[in-house]
Design a protein around this ligand. Sequence first.
Ligand SMILES: CC(C)(COP(=O)(O)OP(=O)(O)OC[C@H]1O[C@@H](n2cnc3c(N)ncnc32)[C@H](O)[C@@H]1OP(=O)(O)O)[C@@H](O)C(=O)NCCC(=O)NCCS
Length: 166
Amino acid sequence: MASKPHLIRPLATGEASACERIMRSLPEWFGIEEAIIAYARAAEKMETYIAEAAGNPIGFVTMNQRSPVAAEIHAMAVRREYHGRGVGRGLVEHVEKLLIGRSIEYLQVKTLGPSRLDDNYERTRGFYRRLGFQPLEENNLWGEVNPCLIMVKHLRCSGAHASTSA
Ligand SMILES: CC(C)(COP(=O)(O)OP(=O)(O)OC[C@H]1O[C@@H](n2cnc3c(N)ncnc32)[C@H](O)[C@@H]1OP(=O)(O)O)[C@@H](O)C(=O)NCCC(=O)NCCS
């Protein structure tokens, strides 16, 4: 099926509830109430972009800078009915372009690690691998029950590199 056109724009003030609704529509991935609330709050505080179709928010990505050269995708989600239509790629590529413009070299994301079997998160990891993220390490940042996989992408290797001149 051809991808539907979608617009990517910054989250408006007071619009974090849109991110919350998207997360609540995906209980297989967002099943912990406190995590949903924390991600919605973070969406307000951090830099967040919304993907919109026909005037409705259908996806979001929240990012934050972790060091002078590294940033993180703090949270992202796309409404189920839009999965597989390029919305997630569009959001990540939007963020990458902005970060490259700021001379940020590395983009990381933390997700559920493969040592806990979960078909849904296997798809999430497949998405990030497809976009060029590599597994860096699995650790117990979220406790032993929820192994945390850190994936990382070297943005200068992405093909959309920044100018080498200052
Ligand atoms: C993960 C998620 C954000 C991806 O968004 P999406 O809009 O469905 O992804 P896209 O359609 O943009 O896919 C981008 C690419 O990844 C590929 N891809 C997606 N899932 C894949 C998988 N399981 N294995 C391999 N490649 C995969 C697509 O084929 C596509 O490739 P292409 O652009 O080269 O054709 C979305 O599915 C989602 O919201 N999942 C639930 C929440 C979640 O996992 N959030 C992240 C938590 S860390």
